[in-house]
Design a protein around this ligand. Sequence first.
Ligand SMILES: Nc1ncnc2c1ncn2[C@@H]1O[C@H](COP(=O)(O)OP(=O)(O)OP(=O)(O)O)[C@@H](O)[C@H]1O
Length: 694
Amino acid sequence: MFPSDPDNPPTPTTPSHSIHDVWLASRKLEHKGEIGYLAPGAHRQLNIRNAYLAYEILREHTFEMFRTIWVPRTSLVLFFNLCRGVFPAFRGYSQALIIDEVRLLITRGRGCTASRSFTWARLLRLLATECVRMLLESALDTFATNNEHIVQSSARFLIEYRQMEKRLQLDVPSLSDPVTRDLFQESDLFVRSFSGMTSLGLMSPFDFVSILTLTSEIISHLYVIYTLTHDPAHFWILLFSLSSALVPFILPWFHTGRAHPDSLYTPQEAQAAERQEKMRHLAHNDPYRPELLLFGLGPWILENWARARKSLLGLEKASIFHETAFLGQVSLNEIMVAVQHIPLVIMMQSSSATLGSFTLYRTSIQSSVYSIRNLINMTRLAFQGVFLMGAFCCAMAYEPKLEPKEDVRTPYKPTKRGMKIEARNLSFTYPGGSEPTLKNISFSLEAGESLAIVGCNGSGKSTLAHVLLRIFDFDGGELSINDVPIRHYKPFELHSHTSAVFQSFSKHSGTARENIGVGYVEDMDSTPAIMKAAGLAKATHIIDSLPDGLATKLDASGFYSSPCFTQGSLNGFAGERPSYPYHGLSGGEWQRIAISRAFMRAKRPEVDLLVFDEPTSALDAHAQNDIFDTIDDVSRLPSGERVKTVIWITHRLTTARRADKIAMIEDGTITEFGTHAQLLAANGSYAALYKAYI
Ligand SMILES: Nc1ncnc2c1ncn2[C@@H]1O[C@H](COP(=O)(O)OP(=O)(O)OP(=O)(O)O)[C@@H](O)[C@H]1O
């Protein structure tokens, strides 16, 4: 098969190895001994090697893909599209008969030697038959289009749901692998191509069905041409036919209707799209990943996205039904085809062939050329779509790197006093890094103890916190939680027993309620729970000062936004004076919101570990003391007994001395570990730093 690139080997957690390798090989570029990879979404070259790779993907995944998107109506889509393919040939035949009859009408009484004479009854019968044919074709078209839209909407929902679900499971080590990121990006493109986003240069997988239609259309036209005897056509008639055939192509450029099913024209659509994009952004945006994992936001995001998506699909359906109104099916194309027959009636009077058969021959030739051209384009796009489908199928089989194997998976067993942590010779290197950021980290912390991690900038404090919280994996050494190796826990389960404030905490462009409530989404709608968490973080006055209290939307962008870009003007109400709906916060205020978020969960009995990475860096000295008093309170029972393990990282050594143990980190290694008094007595680096600080 196709060997993986040695520099970018497929992840060992990717089950569908061979297709992963095939997909990777299709992106591989070799030029003068240099090897590179196509950017995600870039078109593959059409050559024999890639054709073989596409065949491999189709062979492996076509059935699975059809099974994924199959609903009973899908078979109707296939049936209708096959029927649609033969309709043009019927149309040509029916119109040829009318033309012959009209010709007889025009030439009667002029000494014409036709084999039969004109009758009004026959002409009227033919016209009536043609009208019935047009009505039937229109009705079938309307029904087929609506059916196709329903099938496409449900397939799109299913496929996008699966993609969102998989995306939300991705952990940081998986995302740090560039091949995995590209895989998921191409998989996203595949999902988006279900929206018919042909602007991406892709085609909807349902356009594969059009290939069937075009094939049946070409076959029926070729059959008609084969059955006709013909004379050579006059050049100028063909020229006229060609130019009039071009009109239906040119006129749509001036069409002002809905350009794309995803175009938004109403405030409801805009709101639903905004919500959907917000959830998609949360799911796709890598910097949010640690908090997303820690607070277990996956189901909440998925649920909100699904609600917005469903409502958008509903709105789209309504507008599509409106657009596919019955009369709209009588297209300009048909009128132009009728116009093309007029000169033929006049010009072909001298021909030995009947005018109808000549016209039928001409339209069949023209339609065949047009259909073959479309078929080539479609097949070219479908060829690209196959590789994206391969990426999607591989992505769906991907297992996040931190997930434990089933045979070692161990349920979390809580202790009565918090988390017991033991690290022995831990080391960690960032992907692509030449030197380990953490090395020989060894310490132990009893359940219910507090630990302050101190050290200079860049010494590795935050990195250690991420390893302890199971956001990062480690390369060497051992780390156990409650005497069980941390790798044996499911990260999701472990995270449900922790709460944290990260140094680079998230700022969501949502309401104050959402910004705090995501700490424990089950209580998102409980105002007392949110106000209690805000109270613990001394953030009540911030909420009170906001124009709409908890309902105020907070501006996470940090940019000054011009009012001309507000929602009001975007929705087309430029005449009204727009008001900017977001409210900015200071750095310290944002930090209190982030602490409130952590307190939403910290109080809960199942939470055994609290980690605060410089939680008060933007707060004044009084506020800082208040917060650390609260952290201490939260970790204890009313009786004063500590029931949660607490770790904080700080540069303020007066707060570090409050901890039971202090770890001094230098250049990625714990150089001193003990109580404040022990470290001062040792007169080492900590003592020097402390003296310098005070
Ligand atoms: N994503 C990353 N990729 C590669 N190196 C990184 C990454 N993040 C941090 N580092 C490096 O790892 C080292 C430790 O960073 P870390 O953030 O853990 O330091 P810190 O002790 O928390 O610093 P500070 O006190 O400034 O917050 C630094 O040298 C930093 O440049």
